[in-house]
Design a protein around this ligand. Structure first.
Ligand SMILES: Cc1cc2nc3c(=O)[nH]c(=O)nc-3n(C[C@H](O)[C@H](O)[C@H](O)COP(=O)(O)OP(=O)(O)OC[C@H]3O[C@@H](n4cnc5c(N)ncnc54)[C@H](O)[C@@H]3O)c2cc1C
Length: 389
């Protein structure tokens, strides 16, 4: 519905051309395969390579690493177009690089950029981000997985959980405590841990939704990790994790309103076609109002997200305002998704409860976007602290 015409102040011809190419790819290579991938509980590796060949994983990465150095609206295009398949698990799995790779792209050594970031951008390898622990995900400063220096290595012990692409990943960007003396944020660093490191265990987790995405519980039992795998400065992991979260939250916002839009489109088509009491459902005012409410919320969430991205690209806001509005956009968009999924299932009636409709899947997938990447409550805490409320 709210297709913006090309060359608006948000999207250039380059964005639009890429959007059209990706849309055609999603229609042909992704959407028809979603049921099979959901049954398998994971995505095939070939699809990572195919989207790598299209440049999807590198849209905002530097050209010397194989990326195309686009602005964040390119990431928005990727997120919106992939979401049209209506399967959050597909987007999460194909998107785990977008949280695993940036710490290396932005802070990693040249060696890590070559060994890890480049093959991930090319789609040859899969990366994942591992921050959350069984003891808690919201309170990142309390994480306990520890990395103790032993000559040229760190010895890593601990557990991570709910890790997207955790079963398949070749590389993990792992938040660890490198300084046991420093409680809280100070002693945290990022380490790149290879998937075949001895002592690394993986268990697949079953979920309410996101079935195409392999989500894992990880255990680290005396894993020896070279000191050269440290990403950025020791002790700067928390700061780098927080910077990573801003981009992740805008991406989640764009996914959420895009899934809401999938629900809207499905419900609209159904309401125009389905006959009840001698006329299409869409001729019932209460149904039309529901559809307008959906459209209204989608437009608001989308417009807010675009505005934040635009103002960030043009350096129009201080960082605290950017962080606060990003938190608000995530909540606005995920609330919109929940509202639209609920309304769409209701409009579809019994059919909305059946597998095979996008609305049924999206209804099961609403909660995860209000939890992952920072819960609603943490977003509100963050917005209030950034704005001094
Ligand atoms: C499918 C899925 C995929 C995921 N993928 C990844 C991944 O790839 N990498 C990764 O690191 N993590 C991942 N996560 C983890 C996710 O980021 C965490 O679940 C999330 O941050 C919340 O942490 P938690 O589950 O430990 O909940 P908790 O932190 O234990 O919070 C539980 C509840 O308490 C509330 N709460 C906590 N503190 C406060 C407070 N101060 N004030 C008010 N309320 C509070 C929370 O909002 C929440 O409602 C994933 C999660 C899911 C479900």
């Amino acid at each position: 519905m709210f297709e913006l015409s090309p060359n608006t102040h948000y999207f250039s011809e380059d964005h639009t051309a890429f959007r059209h190419a990706l849309r055609a790819f999603v229609d042909k290579e992704i959407t028809p395969n979603v049921p099979a991938w959901e049954d398998a509980g994971r995505m095939p590796r070939e699809i990572f390579k195919k989207i790598g060949d299209m440049g999807v994983q590198g849209v905002i990465c530097p050209t010397n690493l194989g990326g195309s150095n686009g602005d964040f609206f390119m990431q928005i295009v990727v997120s919106e177009e992939l979401s049209r398949c209506g399967a959050g698990g597909v987007c999460a799995s194909l998107g785990s690089h977008s949280i695993g790779n940036p710490p290396i792209v932005n802070h990693g050594s040249d060696d890590l950029k070559t060994r890890v970031a480049m093959p991930v951008i090319a789609g040859d390898k899969i990366s994942a981000l591992a921050i959350t622990e069984p003891g808690g995900g919201s309170d990142v400063g309390a994480l306990r997985t520890n990395a103790v220096r032993d000559g040229d290595h760190f010895i890593v012990n601990g557990e991570k959980t709910f890790i997207t692409s955790g079963m398949q990943a070749d590389f993990f960007t792992v938040a660890v405590r490198t300084d046991a003396q420093k409680a809280g944020h100070g002693g945290i660093s990022f380490l790149m841990i290879e998937g075949d490191t001895p002592g690394l265990g993986r268990t697949q987790l079953k979920k309410m939704g996101w079935w195409a995405s392999d989500t894992a519980h990880l255990t680290f039992d005396n894993c020896r990790v070279p000191v050269t795998n440290l990403i950025g400065q020791e002790g700067e992991g928390f700061k780098n994790a927080m910077m990573n979260f801003n981009a992740e939250r805008l991406t989640i916002a764009s996914q959420a309103y895009s899934f809401a839009e999938v629900c809207y489109r499905e419900a609209l088509a159904w309401a125009q076609d389905r006959q009840a009491f001698g006329k299409p459902l869409s001729q019932q005012q209460v149904i039309r109002h529901k559809l307008v409410d959906m459209a209204m919320k989608i437009d608001a969430a989308k417009t807010l997200t675009y505005d934040i991205v635009y103002r960030h690209i043009h350096k129009m806001d201080p960082l605290n305002v950017h962080i606060a509005r990003t938190s608000m956009a995530k909540i606005t968009a995920t609330d919109t998704m929940q509202f639209c999924a609920d309304a769409a299932v209701q409009i579809l009636g019994g059919m909305g409860y059946m597998q095979g409709t996008a609305s049924e899947r999206i209804y099961r997938e609403t909660k995860v976007l209000s939890i992952g990447g920072g819960t609603d409550e943490i977003m509100r805490n963050l917005a209030s602290s950034q704005l001094g409320i």
